[in-house]
Design a protein. Structure first.
Length: 102
């Protein structure tokens, strides 16, 4: 006699999730404020004289660039939440790019 697996461990299909894509809301204000705060911390670390701390600041700023660009694209697509608050990381991104390229 062949072994038949019990059906109790099988997952039911989730019909409510198939093909249902809910639109995300606007980018949260806390995301914009967090990005702005991270830019400020990165700049403070960059202005320190210790080589390791300075390198940590540069690394942080370099990692923030693609995250901020992605968040700005999401803001254009889904809504900014608050345009005034969204200007803070945009200004931080501009200042960082100008600092490294000029």
């Amino acid at each position: 006699m062949a072994h038949v697996a019990p059906t109790s461990h099988r997952r039911a299909t989730r019909a409510s999730h198939r093909g249902h894509r809910s639109a995300d809301g606007p980018v949260q204000i806390t995301s914009w404020l967090g990005l702005a705060f991270a830019f400020v911390v990165g700049w403070v670390l960059t202005f320190q004289s210790h080589v390791g701390v300075h390198a940590a600041g540069i690394t942080m700023l370099v990692m923030l660039v693609p995250i901020t660009i992605g968040t700005l694209f999401a803001g254009f697509k889904q809504g900014f939440g608050s345009r005034l608050v969204a200007l803070l990381p945009a200004a931080g991104l501009a200042f960082t790019l100008l600092k490294f390229f000029l």
